[in-house]
Unconditional design. Structure first.
Length: 355
């Protein structure tokens, strides 16, 4: 009897050992730590991507204003402030001419001072009647001629001084030298291009949009940008309401975000512009979308803090927000972090630190 009881106990213990792993497999999965973002109602419009380019608002071919041999030109890539020199022209002949005018002015000033005294002396003699009035008139005329000669000499001196100042070709705005168009030793003349200057810190996007969507674009509205694969947001600053007759397009200018990495002038840009009137739709953060071979879906946190899988179709996207159609309502808590390994009905724990 005792031996039979011992066998039964041993059998029971063995059965418990065998059944334990199966029971462990039936235990509920632990709560997953997730981060959520609420779905919301937003005004959205379908977007049409149009081509554009990053352009500088100030891009000029700076020309010389005087004739002469070029003695120095800034290297391409040099950054200069407004008013700084970007090229110099030989000014030695002009300086000699300036010295000549300065000497001529001193001579005329001396002659004019003498003639002024002579006019005063002739006036006194004429008042006493010891000299004819015609002598006074002749002296006065000589004084007036000398005065005009002095004015002309001063004007010539000032013009030469201005030309000397213009032998230094100055930057009309702050920018970067993009190209040297004349080299040292070459001869310049008024209007001849010396260098190309580009304001690399004042850039914008210029895009060509179809005339058919013009009524949907508003100055001041934000639009998505794709600059050489880098996403950004810009603001429409100008709508050039003059269309091209052949292409049926018009120009839209978009300001680039400040504080970003320097944008390279000439970079290709894709600009998203509204192609229809904006409508109120349900949108979710793009990180909430789970893309699988069987479709696109979301995980929603219900009132019991459990994950619910919701199949959706996507529509218009603006920035980080994407329009969705399906069983999604404004305010639904959508999982944006930690959804990769979730199962339907799994319990979740909200954790804002999940990344």
């Amino acid at each position: 009897m005792t031996r039979r009881i011992a066998h039964q106990i041993a059998a029971a213990l063995l059965l418990g050992t065998i059944m334990l792993p199966a029971a462990a497999q039936q235990a509920p999965a632990p709560a997953a730590r997730v981060k959520v973002e609420a779905a919301s109602l937003r005004q959205m419009a379908p977007m049409l991507q149009v081509p554009g380019s990053v352009m500088s608002r100030q891009d000029a071919d700076v020309a010389a204003e005087v004739s002469g041999r070029v003695t120095w030109v800034a290297e391409a890539g040099t950054r200069v402030a407004a008013g700084e020199a970007i090229a110099r022209v030989d000014d030695r002949l002009l300086r000699l001419e300036l010295r000549q005018y300065e000497a001529q002015i001193k001579s005329l000033e001396s002659q004019l001072a003498f003639q002024e005294r002579e006019v005063d002396r002739q006036r006194q003699l004429a008042e006493r009647g010891t000299t004819p009035v015609t002598r006074l008139e002749e002296t006065t005329s000589k004084r007036d001629v000398l005065a005009q000669d002095l004015v002309r000499a001063q004007a010539s001196r000032d013009r030469t001084a201005l030309e000397i100042e213009r032998t230094t070709v100055k930057a009309p705005f702050t920018g970067q030298v993009a190209e040297r168009m004349l080299e040292v030793g070459e001869y310049s003349a008024p209007g001849v291009k010396v260098a190309r200057l580009v304001a690399v810190d004042q850039v914008e996007v210029r895009a060509q949009a179809p005339v058919s969507i013009a009524r949907h674009i508003v100055e001041g509205s934000e639009v998505p940008l794709d600059i050489e694969g880098q996403a950004a947001r810009g603001k429409v600053t100008r709508i050039i309401a003059i269309g091209e007759a052949q292409s049926r397009t018009f120009e839209v200018r978009v300001a680039l975000p400040k504080g970003e990495a320097p944008w390279i002038v000439g970079s290709a840009v894709k600009v998203g512009l509204p192609s229809a009137t904006a409508e109120q739709v349900v949108a979710v953060h793009r990180d909430a979308l789970v893309l699988r071979g069987d479709g696109t879906y979301l995980f929603r946190v219900n009132t019991e803090n459990k994950a619910e899988r919701v199949a959706v179709k996507t529509g218009t996207s603006i920035g980080d927000w994407v329009q969705v159609t399906g069983d999604v309502r404004d305010g639904d808590r959508m999982i944006v972090r930690g959804a990769e390994r979730l199962r339907e009905g799994q319990e979740v724990e909200l954790d804002p630190k999940v990344s």
